[in-house]
Design a protein. Sequence first.
Length: 318
Amino acid sequence: MALALLRTLRLAAREAFAPHALARTPEPSQAMATHDEVSSFHEAGEHSLIPVYHFNALAVAALAPRGARVLDLGCGSGQFLSYLARRRPDLELIGLELSTEMIRVGQENLARNRLSERVRLEHGDMRRFARSLRGPVDVVTSIFSLHHLRTRADLLACLADIEELLRRCASNLWLFDFVRPRQLKTAHEVPLLFTPTASVAFHHASRDSLCAAWGYEEMKCALAASMPRRLEAERSRILPLYQAHWHQQRNAVPAESLWHPADDLPAQTRREVAIFPRLFRAGPHRSATGTPHGPRRGSRGEGHAAPPEVAPTRERAL
């Protein structure tokens, strides 16, 4: 644990003093299609990604009214939705995914865990989905997905469809993704440091995802250009490689009354689950149960102040 902390601090210091930002390298393709890619990501969702999933589940739970319908864009094999379904059994969960192989693996997993009635995976493209979606949506989410969009035009198309849904359904919104590091070396080291037990294929995919991630200011400007509304935003502290953006226009019931604790997690995972939310000073997760938090007044992020016409500014490491 002490060695991992030392390596994290060294990596954070190197990122903070890097003179230039890393140029973005888009993912080889928008969807994971090979057996190795799909298997490695699905298996990581069983163990290595649980702390991140728990943090995001807390945030979504705080934004979701009782019995809410949640749409998750780029859901992969539905591992996050499976975790959320266990924490909030009252929710109806829909995942939109481009990879048919991901959907196949996910549907088998949902059936095996008896979650098929509450979690549905559908084939679709998150660049154009709003008009084909039937019925209301209470919360729109995207977890580790927006970096798969290969161009800024793709990103803007996705955000425009999200805005159409928010306007039509008065939905709440939660977006979570990587922030592109300032050095290529960081993209190689982070997967080994934070998911050491994951497969080599997953480490390679995580490296590519970090290199393809949108910068924090890039994302804020894209959101400002696509959504004429104020969104809250936060970038993780210490190691600023994660970003969250959210908007709440519909009140949710107190999460404590609906949340089912994850009492069956291994001791090491429980420690990691407790640590991850501390990377963010603000966010809806701070009003949810199951995480250390301060007063409710600290839950607001810094907001999206950049107007649409302003070009993305150079990132600053915190």
